[in-house]
Design a protein around this ligand. Sequence first.
Ligand code: ISJ
Ligand code: GLN
Length: 436
Amino acid sequence: MRSIKSYTLEDVDNFKEQLLYWAQQFDEIVWLDSNQYAQQYGSYDAVLAVDAFTSIKTDDQGAFDKLKEYQGITSDWIFGYLSYDLKNDTELLSSKNTDYLYFPELFFFQPKRLYFIRGNEVTMSYLRMAEDEMETDFSEVCAISKETIDNNTTSSCERIKIRLRITKDVYKEKVETMLEHIHRGDIYEANFCQEFYAENSCINPLDTYRRLNAISAPPFATYFRMGSNYLLSASPERYLRKEGQKIISQPIKGTAKRSADKEEDMQLITQLKNDPKERSENVMIVDLVRNDLSRTATKGSVQVEELCKIYSFEQVHQMISTVVSEVSPSISPVDVIRTTFPMGSMTGAPKISAMEIIEKLESAKRGLYSGSVGYFSPEGDFDFNVIIRSILYNEAAAYISYTVGGAITAKSTPEKEYEECLIKAKAMREVLESSN
Ligand SMILES: C=C(O[C@@H]1C=C(C(=O)O)C=C[C@H]1O)C(=O)O
Ligand SMILES: NC(=O)CC[C@H](N)C(=O)O
């Protein structure tokens, strides 16, 4: 079904820039870049999928059933996203908060043109109908000069004014309400988020992504486009990956800022590692993920491979755990996602009560934020990230948005949680405010 061609690259970083620039001509784009971050699990350094041959977009009930059918029928590479509000398809829940971004709840496509980069090699994988264009496309990509990219990736938009969806005082009141729920025993932990936005504004998506990625260089960077809807993501977090029969989930809980001073930076790592509040936040989510994975796992196969390990990224230090399981080949890959979605790190525990309380206290529909972007391979393997540290943009609606949040537990204080939100928001704010 696909034609394959591989080339050795002289300058991989330059080729990545050329390829993403070349991709801009297509309406559907998924670009995943791990920024050379050293990770145990991963197949490619970067992947580009463009030009939909077939696609699926849903906004109603039964989204996971439709995805399962689509994934089964295509039996090909499919790329796309799951928005947070698909929770309503897995549990008896609803989303009543206002949607400002208008992304469909689920979107996947089968790309005609695919590029996989690994080391200094690129492999092109084109559907037969486009195979005639493989060589000309490759030459076109390689002919793009740095000047062309720089000259055409400038913005003619006006300065962006970022607004807060809720004030700091309202945020603190809501965290107090969350704490009351925790003290009453309704929940142990919930991830409470707030939105920052700009109306009647525009950005150059490629320029914005490039600058966000340059200061973040995370392992799950994403440039996504579907028509006039864009996701520019600097996510450090994996939600779920499947490699053969093995399932891998890597929830993050526990965040510390970075310092330019080496010694202070080391202290921040030690503090985070030994902080009982951050550790207990993480362990609670690990328990939830173990429970979620056990729904499709073979008996006794759920294991914690790594608990509360600190990983440093350009913007923050994070505490990450790795939970794995085995599934039997008879289980559909979509069902492994359906039974674990939305990821526990973005909900809280117990999951359903946390999602109900989040819905009541938050002020905007989460949509794609705290959802997931990724792909399925023809064999049914997959890799999906967590959509955080991301700028969402609806060009047609002239609306730009980023949301940040953090886990609230019995040990939380509203002031500290607010500070943590600002640490997570720093890169997005910097990039948007220096747009022009
Ligand atoms: C909610 C966000 O991040 C989540 C919350 C974290 C925390 O509470 O420490 C860490 C990673 C994410 O799972 C965000 O970045 O907006
Ligand atoms: N950056 C990426 O997300 C690359 C794709 C994916 N992580 C993989 O290696 O399979």
